[in-house]
Write a protein that binds this ligand. Sequence first.
Ligand code: ADP
Ligand code: MG
Length: 515
Amino acid sequence: MTNSTPLAVEMREITKRFPGVLANDSVDLTINKGEIHALLGENGAGKSTLMNVLAGLYLPEQGHVLVHGNPVRIDSPKTGFDLGIAMVHQHFKLVMNQTVAENIILGLDDPYCAPGEQGRFKPLRLDMQRVQRRIAEVSEQYDLHVDPEAFVWQLSVGEQQRIEILKALYRGADILILDEPTAVLTPQEADALGQTMARMVQEGKTIIFISHKLDEVTRFADRVTVLRQGRVVATEDVTGETSTAHLAELMVGRAVIFRIDKEEQEFGDVCLEVEEICCLNDKRLPALRDVSLQIRRGEILGIAGVAGNGQKELAEVLTGLRRVTSGRFRLLGQEFTNRTPRAIIDAGIAHVPESRIHVGSVGSMNVADNIALKHYRARPGPFLDRERLDKMSTELVDEFNVDTPGITTNAGALSGGNLQKLILARELTTDPKLIIAAHPTQGLDVGATEAVRQRLLEQQASGVAVLLISEDLDELFSLADRVAVLNGGRVMGVVDIGAATREQIGLMMAGEQAA
Ligand code: ADP
Ligand code: MG
């Protein structure tokens, strides 16, 4: 880097503490104008915190920030935004029961974001057609297609993210922070995001891209800064020579093994039998169409597919959260179609849901109470055995390596990987017959991913059947025994992983029937 490279952002000696945690420890970060700068680090390394400081959500205890060479004090998201900084958070900040267009213009003085007119007038009557035209323009420019009239709650996670990015672009942000944007995307969508980022850079934007996926850092980023335990470990140019192994080592501080060598599995009797299930989605449209599947004991059946093709509804049906309109499913020969979640839990179906935050845990309850959610009925009687519960929680936190200050810490304060380990700890100690794991490693770092996958393999080895919903083909190839591909709510085919190719699965994901 030469002195003449214009800098978009300089963060100097940023220190940010939370009770008991030094989240950022005198961090220096320099972002060149017009680059894609990756921020890499394990869960809890301090990436989101640092970016929340830049976006004005947190004030650091120490350090200062320069934007385009000017010292600034970013004490609110509004200040950040006025400086052209927009952050797309890992957990989106959209209003679920509003439309896409309403979310995009939320809080704007000039809802049309007309160039040169910004802030000049506040219309008396909102011209939604004009808003929609402007949305269409921006989405065309960046190839981010959305239906402005759809309600956010109707959209898949991937689509919601597109809205967040569009919202930032619509408002004319020029420094975009994307917090783990690919964690919720399919490989194809991630590639498309790579192109979107390239286009944003062409248009003069600067991008800070937080990711755990090392290959995406090497493919998309110009430079990378690695954080470990709140400190900067390295800032490097990303070149053709930069290897993922090198980045992984910087990130975790030791060499990392990516592949899990699976042992030959012996399968038992049929555990789960799904017969011609049909159900509707939240829009009352068909979500599953005659889905039939079987999983034997000790088998991992993968479900591949682009988000929004029925995976979510399948998991919901099998956990009693959604009713089928026809068809049935049996667990170890006994029918559980349209039974209550409680009956299904009691029968031995454990659930690692897609949404750790909204479905998997209660953020405002502490670690021990989150574990108790599945165990409070283990003992008869009206009172919780607090002592026993706390002991159990302490043991589980230890056994599953959940990094938390203690069992009285709120679950909402845990990082994604640690929250996922907590959910696994709770679910796996119920002695399940079948585990429904939806995107169990989505958004997790290498270390947490290794841990979660190892747990699932242990369960399989002890004869538990696993339904593994994943958009990560590498994950399916390294864990599943067979893979069923969903498209438009239909099973396009079921293949043995040993004989399957990525191309074959990709084609089925795109809607081609298995040969
Ligand atoms: P990353 O984004 O790299 O996974 P974070 O910046 O979210 O990491 O977290 C860094 C550390 O700060 C972690 O130990 C996390 O538990 C802690 N932390 C983050 N946000 C909060 C908060 N709002 N309150 C308390 N602790 C927090
Ligand atoms: Mg984070």
